[in-house]
Write a protein that binds this ligand. Structure first.
Ligand SMILES: NC(=O)c1ccc[n+]([C@@H]2O[C@H](COP(=O)([O-])OP(=O)(O)OC[C@H]3O[C@@H](n4cnc5c(N)ncnc54)[C@H](OP(=O)(O)O)[C@@H]3O)[C@@H](O)[C@H]2O)c1
Length: 377
């Protein structure tokens, strides 16, 4: 039997697939958007090459990975009856990690997050009715907590339907949690809510640059429109992935919901900028919290421009509410279960900044080696 995993070609999902294969020897049923098995294998190789060499990847692909070519937004993922039935019969647990993180597009969030999660729920129901599911794990986000200010939010107090949300992403992810809880009441479930997932504490390389661009943009400013003692809840991807994999595999996790975050240990802007200034041998930026509104207007203006500055500003525009809310997410549950805390961002932020700048915010993918061409066909 296998774990059905969505989003394996993405940043966090790639870490999950690698963790399940390498550390737990699991078999995986993966939903991959591709026109052929070969394209799917190449896309998966891109996602997993941060974690293993090609020989190891191929070994897993041949022995323990079954790729189903489908899309979350299609009925039965667009699979034919035979493939869908095979996936149902061979799945004994589900990790739903795929999502649209496009905060600017309500359409993308409605389609991928709501319709897509409903398809995952239908599939889980079919597997549950056929032979029973061990667990469904859903990768959500702390953004489901909606508008907040100067708070420490605990897992059971995060969802408040009377509260507004910052964007369609947050709103749809909140409803995804609701669907899973309401429509699969008898299936053991775990909801994981990562905070801002930024970088890997073990290496500078990353394949995801959106939040990194916003961070590098801010790191280049001599004046920051933030309150220096505000905390920002950033968590390393290796911690997030290890928590999801470990708790999904555990027979009885202690809780239904986990914040995967730095919680009250989150660092302040002053701490983060001091560490970065020391590493770069430069002075500290100044803080001018009174400039938050003019800064937001400037970001809006720059976001309309073309090129790198425009792109960085447009990303900053959507992340800005999460940078000034001074809200952190209590992580006592996950720290107790894993027996360790996330790595403070100041410990690995400088290598991440250097790597991203030096590589112009792109990861240099190794392509499929010629000798093995055709293996994925
Ligand atoms: N990154 C963060 O800071 C953060 C923070 C909190 C929570 N999260 C949550 O973590 C999860 C993963 O995020 P991520 O940062 O890894 O995102 P990502 O890199 O953008 O990956 C998204 C994944 O979802 C897949 N997907 C999107 N639309 C799909 C569709 N219609 N059908 C099938 N697959 C589809 C993508 O497939 P393609 O490769 O084909 O596009 C990709 O594999 C999400 O649920 C997100 O809400 C992320």
């Amino acid at each position: 039997m296998a774990i059905f995993l969505t989003g394996s070609t993405g940043y966090i999902g790639g870490h999950l697939a690698a963790g399940l294969l390498e550390q737990h020897g699991e078999s995986l049923n993966l939903l991959v958007r591709a026109k052929s098995q070969r394209e799917a294998a190449q896309r998966l190789w891109h996602a997993l090459q941060l974690h293993m060499d090609f020989a190891r990847f191929q070994e897993h692909l041949e022995s323990r990975v079954d790729m189903f070519l489908g899309d979350l937004t299609e009925k039965r993922f667009g699979l034919d009856q035979i493939d869908y039935a095979r996936m149902v019969k061979t799945t004994d647990s589900v990790i739903h990690c795929a999502a649209s993180l496009n905060r600017k597009s309500e359409k993308a969030c409605l389609n991928v997050n709501l319709r897509g999660t409903l398809e995952v729920v239908r599939f889980a129901r079919d597997a549950q009715d056929d032979h029973g599911l061990r667990r469904i794990s859903h990768v959500s986000t702390v953004a489901v907590a909606g508008h907040r200010s100067h708070e420490v939010v605990r897992e059971d107090a995060a969802i408040d339907w009377q509260r507004s949300d910052y964007d369609p992403y947050a709103r749809t992810k909140k409803f995804c949690e609701h669907m899973i809880r309401e429509l699969l009441p008898e299936v053991p479930r775990t909801i994981f809510r990562p905070s801002i997932v930024l970088g890997d504490s073990r290496r500078a390389e990353t394949t995801q640059f959106d939040m990194v661009r916003a961070f590098v943009f801010l790191a280049g400013l001599p004046l920051l429109p933030f309150r220096p003692e505000d905390k920002i809840d950033i968590v390393n991807v290796d911690y997030v992935a290890d928590a999801i994999v470990t708790l999904h595999q555990k027979e009885k996790p202690g809780h239904e919901i986990y914040h995967l975050s730095s919680g009250t240990d989150s660092q302040t802007y002053r701490e983060l900028t001091r560490a970065l200034a020391q590493a770069r041998g430069k002075g500290m930026p100044m803080f001018a919290p009174g400039l938050e509104k003019p800064f937001a207007s400037l970001v809006n203006f720059l976001a309309r421009r073309k090129g790198g500055v425009g792109y960085g500003a447009s990303l900053l525009k959507v992340f800005l509410p999460y940078l000034v809310w001074d809200t952190v997410f209590d992580n006592a549950r996950v720290v107790a279960e894993l027996g360790r805390k996330p790595t403070p961002f100041s410990q690995y932020s400088y290598p991440l900044l250097q790597y991203s700048r030096a590589n112009h915010f792109t990861y240099r993918y190794q392509e499929w080696p010629d000798a093995a061409r055709g293996a994925g066909e």
